[in-house]
Ligand binder design. Structure first.
Ligand SMILES: Cc1ncc(COP(=O)(O)O)c(C=O)c1O
Length: 506
């Protein structure tokens, strides 16, 4: 099941060392020195109105901690506190090297897509990737062949890739593949067999990238799946701000250990420079340092989070109006472990759809869930967070009463939502389509044409069509329905209603 047996007493890293936060301490020490700033950031210049406005909004001296880069004793040189903090992070996640990022796991995905181009042009990738990996692929000119994940069509959920599907993709490929890209865990907490996937990739001469954006907390508790870097992944994309507790937009990229990782190291270094700001936020990076210490030393807090999540699941199972999606996971052979901190609430028995429930939860009850599909509302609990589930259950109860049961109202709106569309045929290389001469056509005329855009319905942001793919009727009706939904939005669309598409000119 991808997890190992260990306890707070014997983590896979040096627990005493993990108590330190060298970079955050250095930022703090610098903030407390008596200084006169004649440099950026502009708000720091003797605390003028800009600093006062920010400090008062945040009700803290936040601007004191917003430091420029290249400060002696903070981040300058090969032995800086920043370097020490990155080493502690690498050790905690089982990586060889870790980069601190201030533009999300989106940046990590772009770095990965650019770096692996150095191993070869051809990659095998899970079709349900996040749009940021596609963007990186367009920049680097990778040529992808897609592997379909297992898909739960009833619930609009893309799961993972099986080792067997990867073996077959290698067997069917006529090109030398440089890298494989998979997502684990999925938006629904389904975790793939990373160890087996790494083994297959390596045997076929390719590196394995795992987009573990949603699994940044993995590896820090016996009941959580293992950190992908410890299972043989060469690059791990990690959205630390998601469930591992750092500030929004802060993230990490981990380089694994071994031959492929070694080949990737200089490529990642260069791709990092290409994608990083030259003014990375010290506040975001300090938050990474602090979050790492908290999660690496907070076993008991995580235990409590898992207990709360388990109790929520049990209460949902006991209520005939609800269910939990992970109870259907047995039927999917890609899933070898499940993230216990993700609760996909099955609302399919209600006469309203998941988006309606999601919306009512937040508007009427101020209970904010991560995402919804037609049948499911997905809640997540941060590792170490302890939310009040009585409040969640009473809000759900009110929603269920307001919605009624589907059996009593068969013409309910939910029946009209289309299913997740299948991918159209890849008719052109994504990069060639992206840079082709384009025209904009109304949705009805776009069917059968080649998209130049990557269009992704949010949530969850998985592209439904890629540059180079043929636009299908199923896609057009799906994206129109998402755009018309109060919680939906389509990233990359010409207009909010997705009434037009950019296509390759004929
Ligand atoms: C699978 C996956 N990868 C990458 C990302 C990008 O993460 P970030 O929001 O940290 O840029 C997301 C965001 O939701 C994601 O779901």
């Amino acid at each position: 099941m991808g997890s190992r047996v260990w306890s707070y007493a014997e983590p896979a890293y040096d627990l005493t060392a993990q108590q330190q936060t060298p970079y955050a301490d250095a930022v703090y020490a610098h903030a407390k020195t008596d200084q006169l700033s004649l440099m950026v950031p502009g708000h720091g210049s003797s605390k003028g109105s800009a600093a006062t406005a920010l400090d008062s909004f945040f009700e803290s001296e936040i601007t004191d901690y917003d430091l420029p880069l290249m400060l002696d004793g903070v981040d300058l040189g090969p032995d800086s506190p920043l370097v020490h903090s990155r080493k502690l992070a690498a050790e905690a996640w089982g990586a060889d090297t870790t980069w601190f990022l201030t533009n999300g796991a989106s940046q990590a995905n772009r770095i990965a897509a650019i770096a692996v181009r150095g191993l070869g042009k051809h990659i095998l990738m899970q079709r349900s990737s996040h749009s940021s990996f596609i963007d990186g692929m367009l920049a680097s000119g990778l040529s992808p062949s897609f592997i379909m994940p297992n898909i739960d069509h009833d619930n609009g959920a893309a799961h993972g890739v099986t080792p067997q599907a990867l073996e077959e993709a290698f067997a069917n490929s006529t090109e030398q593949i440089g890298a494989v890209y998979v997502i684990s865990p999925s938006y629904f907490g389904a975790t793939a067999d990373v160890a087996a996937l790494a083994d297959i990739a390596h045997r076929n001469g390719a590196a394995l990238i795992v987009d573990g954006a949603w699994g940044a907390h993995f590896g820090f508790h016996a009941e959580l799946p293992e950190s992908p870097a410890r299972l043989g992944a060469d690059l791990v994309v990690s959205s630390t701000h998601k469930l591992a507790g750092s500030l929004t937009q802060s993230a990490m990229l981990h380089l694994g250990k071994g031959e492929f990782a070694e080949r990737l190291r200089p490529l990642v270094d260069r791709a990092y420079s290409m994608t990083a700001s030259t003014s990375s936020s010290s506040i975001l990076m300090a938050s990474l340092d602090i979050a790492r210490r908290t999660i690496a030393t907070g076993y008991d807090d995580i235990t409590k989070s898992i207990q709360i999540a388990n109790e929520l699941r049990d209460r949902l199972r006991a209520d005939p109006r609800f269910g939990v999606l992970c109870d259907t996971f047995e039927g999917y052979d890609d899933i070898v472990a499940v993230d216990p901190l993700r609760i996909a609430i099955d609302v399919s028995k209600l006469a309203q759809n998941g988006h309606w429930v999601h919306n009512r939860l937040l508007k009427k009850h101020k209970v904010y869930c991560e995402m919804s599909t037609a049948t499911v509302v997905v809640a997540v609990i941060g590792a170490g967070a302890h939310p009040d589930i009585d409040r969640v259950m009473s809000a759900l109860d009110e929603c269920a009463q307001a919605a009624g049961l589907l059996g009593d109202n068969p013409t309910a709106e939910k029946a009209q939502l289309p299913a997740l569309p299948d991918a159209g045929k890849l008719a052109m290389l994504p990069r060639d389509a992206y840079f082709a001469e384009i025209e904009t056509v109304p949705a009805a005329e776009a069917v059968g044409r080649i998209s130049v855009d990557s269009l992704a319905s949010y949530p969850p942001g998985i592209p439904n069509v890629l540059p180079g793919e043929v636009i299908t009727e199923q896609l057009v009706s799906f994206l129109t329905a998402v755009a018309n939904n109060p919680n939906g939005y389509v990233r990359g669309a010409v207009d909010a209603a997705v009434s037009h598409y950019r296509v390759v000119k004929e």
